[in-house]
Each structure stands twice: as C-alpha cells, then as structure tokens.
Write a protein that binds this ligand. Structure first.
Ligand code: GPU
Length: 838
C-alpha cells in the first residue's frame, strides 16, 4: 500500500481538524490538552501545566507536517544530509515553533483571552541545553536553515539526561548545578523504541580465514548498550517541512545482562545496567578542551554507531544497496567529535555487510565531509592508544589499516620524506602513542572546511597544512551564519515589526533584503523609531538585571556587552582591564565628561578551568567596587548576568549597543555571537579575528571599531620573544591597573586571590593582552566619542543591521549544499491537501 495514502487514510480527519491554525481551534485544543494530557482543570493547573497544554496543542499542529515530510522523503527516496554533532544547543522550542508555523500572534491572543500571561507561559520551558556554546548552537541554526530551505536532513546527536550545567554566582564565584531539563517531561520529543539499535563496546577481536580464502574478523565485545532514538521535529519557516532531530539515549539491553542475572549476579547485572545508562547521562562541559576521558570516547562512538546503523536501516527500508550509501546520505562531521564515524562505517560495510575493503573505502570517503571549528591546539582531539584499544579494539585495527594504505600513498607522493609521513600519520608516535582524530576525519572525508575565511586560510597554512598540500581540492571555506528566525524574529519582535513595516517580510527568508534599510538610515524619523526600539529592549533587559543581579542600570547608558564562554583566548579580562582604567580615570578626574556605560558580561566557565573561574571572580569583584563607589556617580556599572544560555541570549542581543569581539587575532575560528549582535543593530569593537573580519568587510571600516594586532603581527611578536613585563613597565596606565588587581583592590584587600591571573599576564600572557591594551583603550575612547553623537551612532547601527545579510545560516547552508552536499530541496505537500484533491 502506498505509504502516503496509508498515512492519510489513518489519520486524515482528526489530524486536519486538530491542526487548524486559527485562534479558536488553538484555544479548544489547549483546553482539551489541559484536561486530557495534563489531567488538570484551571483551578488546579500550574504554570507548567499551561505551558505543556499549549505545547501539546502546537505539537498536534506540527505532526501533520512531520508525517507529510517523512512520507514525501520516503516516496521520493530523497538524498539526505545527516548532520552528526555531539551537541545541539537548541534553546526553547515553543516560541520558535509558533513563529515558524506562523501562529505566534494567534497563540498569544488565545492565551490572553483565556486570562493567561503568554510570556510567563513561554518562560516555563526548560531549554534543552545540549551543547556548550558556539559549536552546538551552530548545529541548531543549521538544522533550522535546512528545514527552511526544504533540504531533507537528519540531525543526529545525544539525548543527554543533563545538559550544560546551570550557573549561579555566589559571592562572585561561579557555582554549577545539574541541568534537570527533563524533570517535567519533554513535549517536543517522540520516543521511537522500535528503531533502537545495539552498540558494542570493549572486548577483543578474532581473525579467521574462511574456507573460500577470505579473511573475516569477529568483534567479541565485553559490553552491549542499546541506543533508543528520541525524535524532535524541526520546522521550516512557514513552509510544510518538518525535519527530524534524532537524539540517542543509552539503555541497558535486556538480553546481555540477563546472562549475568542467570548466573545469580543480580548486583552485577544492575551495576552493568547503570553503567550502560551512564553513556548518555551528562554533557561534558568542556569547550575546546579535550580531557581524554574514556566515557567521552564511549559517548562519541555510541551516537555515531547508532546514527550510521540508523542510516543503514533507512536504506534497507527503501531497498537501496549499500554501495549507494554516499548517494543517499551526505554525512557532515561537526568537528572531530563524531570522527570515529569513518572507522565505524568501514566496520559496518566490511565486517557486517561483507563489502570489499576498496569499495567500502570509496563509499566512505564520498560520504563524509569534515568541518573544523578551532585552531586551539588543546582542542584537537587525540586518544591515547591503550584507551582507544580498550574501548574500540576493532576500530583500532581498522584505523591501522586505513593508515597503512594512506601512508603508502604519502610515500609514493613524497619519496624519502619520512618527517612528512610522521606528521601526516593517523597515529602520533612522537611520544606516548595517540590516535589523531582530525587526521582520521581528513583522510576519510572528500571535503574539509573551516568556518570563516581567516580560519580556513590558517587551517591551510598551519594546522592542516600537510593535508592541504596533499589534497588542496578537498579544502574550502564555509563562513558560519545564524538563523534570523530565532535571533531576530523571535528575540526582537519590536525590530521585526519595524523592519517588516518598512521593507516587507521577505527578509526573514532572504536576509540580503535587509539592504533595503540602508536608505532609511538617512531618515530622522526612522532613526528615532530605531532608537525607541533599542531603548525598549534595553529597558526589558534592565529589569532582568535588576532581578538577577540586584543592580540598577540605566537604559539610557551605553550597553557594552560581552557574552560567550569564558576563555583566556576570548579575553574577557582585557575588557576588565579597560573598565579598571576608566574607573581610575574617574577617580583622578571626578568631573570628567564620560557618557554613562553599563558593562554586561555573561558566560560559563568549564568547571575545571581555574583561570576562567578566576576571570569571573575578577569581573564580579570589579562590579562590587565600581557599582558602589559614589564618586563614579552611576557613570559606570558592571554586571555579570548569571547563566548565559540561548534563552538569556534572546534578551541580551537585542538590547546591546556595543558588541565585544576581542579575542587574540588567529584564535577565534569564527564566532557567531558577533553576527547576532550585528543583526540586532549593535556596533562591534573587535580584532581582526574569525568572522569579525568579514563583518567589518560588509559594514565598512567606518562602521566598525577595529583594534589590536593582526595574526601575522601576533606571530611575529611571538617569534621575536614576547616579554609582557616590558609592556607593563612601559605603560603607566597599564601598570596602575595591574597593580590595583595585584594589591587586592578588587578582592577586599586579599592580595593573593588574583595572583595566578596577574602572574600569568606579567610573565606569560599567552594571549597578548598587554600588547593589545593600549590599542584597545584608545579604540574604546573612539567608541565613547561616537556614542555621544546619537544620530551618527544610530545611522551606524542601522547600517550594521542592514548589511548583515551574509550572516544568515541560510547562506551558510546554501554554500554547503552547492559545494559539498549536493542535496536538492524537496518541497513537501501536506497530506490533507493531497487527500482533499485526490
Ligand atoms: N567552538 Br572545537 C566551540 O564552541 N566549541 C568547540 O569545542 C570548538 C569550537 C566554536 C568556535 O570557538 C567558534 O569560533 C565558532 O564560531 C563555533 O565553534 C562554530 O563554528
């Protein structure tokens, strides 16, 4: 029976009736769900019950699209992009789904008419924080754009029971709490136990020559874990597409521990069950740092194996031979976290499906493409050989075989160049041996990309130079982008209304159209509207700050914002040095004309990253002194907004005047927060790093505050021997600032607290804060002078937003499809319409 017809026949009537996209139907379905799903009536219902009732009402409306999309892809045998990522930092779904369905206003009205506070209701959702920062959020923006562009896609990842920790600030220090996001249930996912798969771990291998002369390998694992998929629909913007985010949860397999149980080892069986379920228990909170932890390797292998087995199941369901795997699926590796996929696909094809090695290798290389997201050496994943062998004995053999064949090719290309062979090898043998995951990804992929122009150039000339020389055609740049649906339409409804009233609504799907705002920068009337909106957004953020930080900030002051993970290379402490310099200036000249500024920081530090935690303490310590000093007369405020998240980002970006993008040149692969700020009309103060360079290129040098060393200058300074202490001695202002920290001015007299930070700067300063300090302070001076010319600032703000079209993730995804994936759009026909016409 035709699947589309079957799906339509089964569910057509109730589905279409329940899925009506109008206010009254929504109200009805909300009340039905309150009663039938939550089992509550209004007098007893909590805010969470109301949220869930609305979420379920919206889910019913999604399901029609979801089913239609699946049926359409199945019928067309559509080529599919599989985006493999250990992180998806989705943010709350409800508001976004309402926007994409085009019923945000209807839902708001429906709730209001029922006497409920809609915003309060939205705020009930615990955001799925299944990512650390930029990399995980990029994955979320990308699947949004793929759905909007109607590209068949599956996001594959891990359903962590605990996502990124919740941060609070106690006595100025970061305190972590587990993120129990599933506590009240998750209305957006559907468990699919029928598609569970088994994953092997540990054990040993057996090699046997068969009678026909072939060699077969059996992997006898020591453990089995079952992976259960949970599916979340990913809606396109106002189209019929609902793609799938498929996250794997680890469960103990019934059959395996049963053996142990039979032997009477009940305790051992329960322990094993618990240890299997540990696999998807918690997200590792380290951003751009590899711990080399066994459980982390197991997590990576777990979700990769589940996902590849799932793709094979899909192919078999469509009766497609596995020789065509690369035609059915384009698999993107989001950094090296899923790079084990190269060896796993080989194992599945060769060991389990008996495909000859060479054929399997061709299929594998044509399947995968690899995105690199960092130049930081400590983030390049390497696994100690003994650990790798313990967890994945068969994969180690496969990697050795891939390596042997690969190095033969290298030797043929570069006869006698053994140094090059050692550099390219998948195994680092310079000391204790390691498996180099980036090398595995490069060898097993047909395409390799960086995430901003500078980043890709540095990959080619530095980190992946040998691979670039070997295969220049594999390399290309794909500059990052962010989705304007979440980061403008949802986060900044006021601006969205003004823009749509001025240039129509096309910009939401074609962000280049924002260009049409450019002439309006010359209209005093438009500028005044633009300012009113920024002011309203700032007032809203000021309320949040008052509540969370207990600090009163003035919405008419400049909101100078730095939100991102706390890292030395991102240099939040450089901003701190500048604030202290301003504070000293005010103390020295109490009547100084200084436009009031509010410095807003936010971001999480990896729990084991001591310097990052000390940076938070420094910022809060400065806030404690500055915010209370009467001599400052409210001209400076410093706040650290706790628990920076997608939800908080949605309040912060629209309220920013100045975006701080001040990483050491050559360190930030791209940055994506920089793009969110720009879209929402903030001006950037930034270095020549990552995508800042491209932002400056599109907005023009006049509309960007540039400072600091360039990458070649950083390299040159490094090479000539950088001595930060000399810079300290030669700059009296810098000296005064550093001395103040050292002497305990921001730690209630405790001169030991910030010692590690101060000493690191004075004697090492690996990120060149001292070398960039003067340039930064002078640049901030220019920012201040520009700010007081309100009309000029507003013009610049409008132009920044108007010229942000390039940074839509729709553009990034178009670039990936054109150059790497070659996956055509497949528009979806809604089953009900199809049925009605049939
Ligand atoms: N990034 Br690798 C992360 O957020 N986490 C990581 O583990 C690695 C990279 C970031 C980069 O720092 C940032 O510059 C980039 O914009 C983002 O990935 C997305 O490409």
């Amino acid at each position: 029976m035709d699947t589309r017809a079957a799906a339509a026949a089964v569910d057509h009537r109730p589905l279409s009736e329940r899925a009506a996209l109008n206010k009254e139907a929504l109200k009805q379905s909300f009340l039905d769900n309150l009663f039938h799903t939550q089992g509550k009536f209004p007098a007893l219902a909590s805010k969470s019950d109301y949220y869930l009732a609305l979420a379920y009402a919206v889910r019913e409306r999604l399901l029609q699209r979801w089913i239609s999309t699946a049926a359409e892809y199945m019928q067309k045998g559509a080529r599919t992009v599989s985006y493999l990522s250990a992180e998806f930092l989705m943010g709350p779904h409800l508001g976004n789904n309402l926007i994409n369905l085009g019923i945000y206003d209807e839902a708001k009205q429906a709730m209001t008419e029922l006497g409920l506070n809609f915003d309060e209701l939205l705020a009930q959702e615990e955001e799925p924080g299944l990512g650390n920062g930029g990399l995980g959020r990029l994955a979320a923006c990308f699947i949004d754009s793929m759905a909007t562009l109607e590209i068949p896609s599956l996001g594959y990842g891990i359903r962590y029971e605990f996502g990124i920790f919740h941060q609070s600030i106690v006595d100025g220090w970061q305190v972590e709490k587990t993120d129990k996001w599933l506590r009240y249930g998750n209305p957006w996912e559907l468990q699919r136990p029928e598609w569970a798969v088994q994953v092997k771990l540990g054990g040993y291998t057996e090699h046997r020559s068969e009678e026909d002369g072939t060699l077969t390998v059996r992997w006898i694992p020591s453990r089995l874990v079952s992976g259960v998929p949970y599916d979340t629909p990913i809606l396109g913007y106002r189209n019929n597409t609902a793609n799938t985010l498929r996250l794997w949860s680890a469960q103990a397999p019934e059959s395996f521990d049963f053996e142990v149980f039979n032997r009477g080892d009940y305790y051992g069986a329960v322990m094993q069950k618990m240890s299997s379920e540990n696999l998807s228990k918690v997200l590792y909170p380290n951003d751009e740092h590899e711990g080399g932890k066994e459980l982390r390797l197991e997590q990576q292998y777990f979700f990769v194996s589940c996902s590849l087995q799932d793709m094979i199941r899909i192919m078999q369901g469509q009766r497609l031979p596995l020789e065509h795997f690369h035609e059915k699926f384009a698999v993107q590796l989001n950094d090296t976290h899923p790079a084990i996929a190269v060896a796993e696909l080989m194992r599945l094809l060769v060991d389990e499906h008996k495909m000859p090695w060479n054929r399997a290798w061709q299929v594998t290389c044509k399947t995968f493409a690899y995105t690199n997201h960092t130049l930081m050496p400590e983030a390049l994943e390497r696994w100690p050989l003994p650990l790798f062998k313990k967890v994945l004995p068969r994969h180690l053999e496969i990697i050795f075989e891939i390596n042997a064949r690969f190095l033969d090719e290298v030797r043929r290309r570069y006869p006698g160049d053994s140094a090059r062979v050692a550099r390219l090898s998948l195994i680092d043998e310079s000391g204790p041996r390691y498996v180099r995951m980036a090398h595995l990804a490069c060898v097993g992929s047909h395409a390799i990309n960086g995430v901003a122009e500078l980043h890709t150039e540095l990959l080619k000339s530095d980190v992946l130079r040998d691979f670039y020389e070997l295969w220049p055609n594999k390399f290309s740049n794909k500059t990052n982008g962010v989705t304007p649906r979440r980061w403008m339409v949802l986060a900044n409804p006021r601006l969205t209304r003004l823009v749509s009233d001025s240039i129509g609504e096309d910009w939401i799907k074609h962000l280049d159209q924002l260009q049409k705002l450019e002439p309006l920068a010359e209209s005093a009337d438009f500028r005044s509207h633009w300012r009113e909106i920024k002011r309203a957004n700032k007032r809203a953020l000021a309320e949040v700050i008052a509540r969370r930080c207990n600090v009163a900030v003035d919405p008419d002051s400049m909101f100078d914002v730095q939100v991102k993970r706390i890292h030395e290379y991102k240099r939040q402490h450089l901003a701190a040095l500048h604030i202290i310099a301003l504070y000293l200036q005010l103390k020295a000249q109490p009547n100084l004309e200084l436009a009031p500024r509010t410095f807003i920081f936010g971001g999480k530090a990896a729990p084991g990253y001591r310097m990052a935690k000390l940076m938070i303490k420094l910022i809060t310590g400065i806030g404690d002194v500055v915010n209370r000093d009467p001599m400052v007369r409210d001209r400076l405020k410093v706040v650290f907004l706790p628990n920076f998240s997608v939800t908080n980002g949605q309040r912060i970006y629209p309220a920013a005047d100045l975006s701080e993008q001040i990483s050491t040149a050559g360190k930030e692969a791209s940055g994506t927060g920089n793009m969110k700020f720009q879209m929402n009309g903030a001006l950037t103060i930034g270095t020549m790093d990552g995508a800042n360079i491209e932002i400056r290129e599109v907005v023009g040098a006049d509309n960007f505050f540039l400072f600091g060393l360039t990458t070649p200058q950083v390299y040159a300074l490094q090479a000539q021997g950088y001595r930060p202490h000399d810079w300290y001695e030669q700059d009296p202002q810098l000296r005064e600032v550093i001395d103040m920290i050292r002497d305990g001015y921001f730690s209630r007299g405790d001169a030991s607290l910030f010692r590690p930070l101060v000493d690191s700067l004075l004697w090492h300063d690996p990120y060149f804060l001292f070398a960039d300090f003067r340039s930064y302070v002078e640049c901030q001076q220019r920012v201040g002078e520009t700010w007081v010319d309100t009309e000029r600032w507003t013009r610049m703000s409008i132009l920044n937003s108007a010229r942000s079209g390039k940074f839509s993730s729709d553009r990034s995804i178009r670039d990936y499809t054109k150059d790497i994936w070659h996956a055509p759009s497949v528009p979806v026909e809604l089953l009900t319409e199809h049925h009605v016409r049939a």
